[in-house]
Design a protein. Structure first.
Length: 88
């Protein structure tokens, strides 16, 4: 996937999550754009996989790029950061 396509998908996912739920969580954005398949994400949430990067279908460079895009969208739209805790 080209970077411009990925930027569009990330920004769209963050926008839709903010409109629908009022906030956007990075793990949910990753699932929305299809980086970890939904079932593998659930495996991570329930402790069957030690860390989320293990179930992602892209490399760490692309994951880092996605996180930077989430930050840039949040900064551009003046979203407030908050702590997000993922529990089983």
């Amino acid at each position: 996937m080209k970077e411009s396509e990925l930027i569009g998908k990330v920004h769209s996912a963050v926008y839709h999550q903010c409109r629908h739920r009022g906030y956007a969580a990075p793990a949910d954005v990753l699932v929305d754009i299809g980086v970890p398949p939904r079932q593998k994400y659930e495996d991570w949430r329930f402790g069957k996989v030690q860390y989320l990067e293990a179930v992602c279908t892209c490399n760490l460079k692309k994951l880092s790029f996605i996180m930077k895009q989430i930050r840039s969208y949040a900064k551009k739209t003046i979203l407030k950061p908050s702590f997000c805790y993922y529990k089983r």
